[in-house]
Design a protein around this ligand. Structure first.
Ligand code: HEM
Length: 546
């Protein structure tokens, strides 16, 4: 007891040998308990706890995060093992999940590739994919408003599936696949992520490992199939621009990506990672607007003034500070990765006189950063004016540029900072702007025949799941088109976009068949041909898979 609670350790709740504090850390809404401990023990901007032998530093002050995760990024940018995934850190060469990888060669080359692709897609305005999907979403909301949670996620998924494989038709499967991985990697997922020794039970007594084997293999096979499909279509000249085409045509020979297995994984992961991350703030946008009709009206007025009746676009962004402020305030008020994503230290360290051993997990607690009353006065309330009016600590001019969500603490720190900030910013601006252009978001009548006298269904503020990336629990609300004309406009815009897209795809294929598109030479060896030691490892992996 004396040793593990001694003064050389950072402050924190009293630790019980080996168990640490696992007994009173709830799996559900864990960030609230961390915040409670922070208020008690975190005056230094961080505190320490233990769980089944694993050491944790929970950071609650941005300055400490800057010191530990940015200034000392050189040895604080590894990731902890996620017990319920096979080789989550890729230390044995699995090369599968970039955001979870340790700080190794696979991480560094995949991060470089992902960064280059997202930047290029941002510069080419995503080839209009986001506008296309926003229009589809509006039409779906008009036709089936009650299915809004599914269609919202599907919109985010379709954007990523188009960007990655030019194929929006696989979006539902992709979302399912993303959900499987998200659940598997979250502390609130399988019990083996918390009671880690259970993971080591023999195979026939271990339902968790068997289930994960199945999930993993299906996902990998699907990613591989996506890559092979693109290659086949590319060979026939029928493939429009997308990340996978870009890889097969331009990158494959120049990069150190080892071959099909790694390529299919880095591209598949890229598609997955952009679904729930974007869908989270978008769901909370609905909650914010329903609860703050005065801000919704201000956003709508701003869009009407700037766009004069048409849908907002990214070019309008400098003139839409209220829209940007409401998006940013939504992400502050309801952060969708409230615990932050853990880094792991690679060396012993001493910080402010406290010893931090190698292998410590550092959790930048976003919930605490975003509820710091000095930086964010009245932190528990939705106050977009904090970004718009001089006098608030977070106000920044010029309003043509600020507020911007880029650089928010929610996107993490240092060498592991999120690669999707621009994409998120653009997608949220288009989706939230288009929503405000099309609908007024409202509470739903409890009983349509009784009218307002019958009351309204609640839109809860604090009900969510507790996965690493959270989303609100299912609720009901109403999407009221702003006028009949606007409703008709939105449906027509989608019908036109859909017809144009179909015609474009057909013309592309016809041109290819007539030989107008160059048949692109295949630059990667065909699947199954070992191209490196790592690839060989996977062909012959002990599980006899890929
Ligand atoms: C609101 C939306 C998003 C939030 C809040 C978010 C948050 C995060 C966080 C907290 C991390 C870990 C940072 C760290 O370890 O310090 C991360 C990493 C990452 N994010 Fe995002 N993200 C979002 C959207 C996206 C999107 C849309 C993409 C791509 C399409 C993306 C791609 C990535 C990747 C590839 C990493 C791994 C970086 C690495 O480990 O080196 N993110 N994100």
């Amino acid at each position: 007891f004396r040793d593990i609670n001694g003064p050389q350790h950072p402050p924190g709740p009293t630790q019980i040998p080996y168990i640490g504090r696992i007994h009173d850390l709830p799996i559900q809404h864990m960030w609230l308990k961390f915040k409670e401990w922070a208020d008690k023990h975190g005056s230094a901007g961080f505190f320490r706890t233990e769980m089944l032998g694993a050491n944790f530093i929970i950071i609650t002050d941005e300055k400490v995060a800057e010191d530990l995760l940015v200034k000392r990024a050189k040895y604080n940018s590894d990731r902890p093992v996620i017990r319920s995934l096979f080789d989550s850190k890729s230390s044995e060469g699995s090369m599968e999940y970039l955001p979870l990888m340790g700080k190794n060669q696979y991480w560094s080359r995949q991060r470089r590739l992902t960064h280059a692709y997202i930047t290029e897609a941002t510069n080419t305005r995503y080839n209009g994919v986001m506008y296309h999907e926003a229009k589809r979403w509006m039409a779906r909301l008009i036709e089936n408003p009650d299915n809004f949670q599914a269609s919202l996620e599907d919109m985010a998924s379709k954007v990523m599936c188009q960007l990655t494989w030019d194929d929006p038709s696989v979006s539902e499967y992709c979302t399912k696949s993303a959900w499987g991985l998200l659940t598997q990697m979250s502390p609130a997922g399988p019990i083996t992520n918390v009671l880690t020794p259970l993971w080591h039970l023999p195979w026939h007594l271990n339902p968790w490992k068997r289930a994960e084997r199945k999930r993993h293999d299906e996902q990998q096979a699907w990613w591989m199939n996506q890559l092979l499909t693109v290659r086949e279509r590319l060979g026939e000249g029928e493939m429009r621009p997308c990340f996978t085409r870009q890889f097969l045509e331009k990158t494959s020979l120049k990069t150190s990506i080892s071959g099909d297995y790694e390529a299919s994984s880095v591209l598949g992961m890229l598609a997955l990672v952009g679904i729930f991350t974007v869908a989270g703030p978008l769901s909370y946008w609905l909650v914010s607007m329903v609860h703050h009709p005065e801000w919704q009206a201000t956003v709508q007025r701003e869009i009407d003034d700037v766009c004069g009746g048409r849908m907002p676009t990214l070019e309008d962004s400098p003139k839409l500070p209220v829209l940007r402020a409401c998006i940013k305030e939504t992400m502050r008020w309801k952060p969708n990765v409230p615990t932050g994503v853990a880094h792991e230290t690679e060396a012993d360290d001493v910080y402010n006189g406290y010893f931090i051993p190698k292998g410590t997990r550092i959790l930048p607690l976003d919930w605490a950063f975003l509820r710091n009353p000095e930086k964010y006065p009245d932190p528990d309330n939705f106050r977009p004016e904090r970004w718009l009016e001089p006098g608030w600590p977070t106000y920044q001019a010029p309003l043509t540029q600020f507020p911007t969500i880029k650089g928010m603490t929610s996107f993490g720190w240092g060498q592991r900072q999120c690669l999707g900030m621009s994409l998120t910013q653009d997608e949220l601006l288009i989706a939230c702007g288009t929503l405000a252009w099309t609908f007024t978001l409202k509470r739903k009548l409890r009983d349509a025949s009784a009218g307002p006298a019958g009351g309204f269904l609640p839109v809860p503020l604090d009900k969510s799941n507790s996965l690493l990336i959270i989303k609100p629990d299912p609720f009901e609300m109403a999407f009221e088109p702003r006028s009949d004309a606007r409703r008709a406009d939105a449906l027509r815009l989608w019908a036109d976009a859909d017809a144009e897209d179909a015609a474009e795809r057909e013309a592309f294929v016809r041109a290819a068949r007539r030989g107008k598109q160059p048949v692109v030479e295949q630059k990667l060896p065909s699947p199954g041909v070992p191209i490196s030691g790592e690839f060989l490892f996977w062909v012959l992996s002990p599980d006899g898979r890929w």
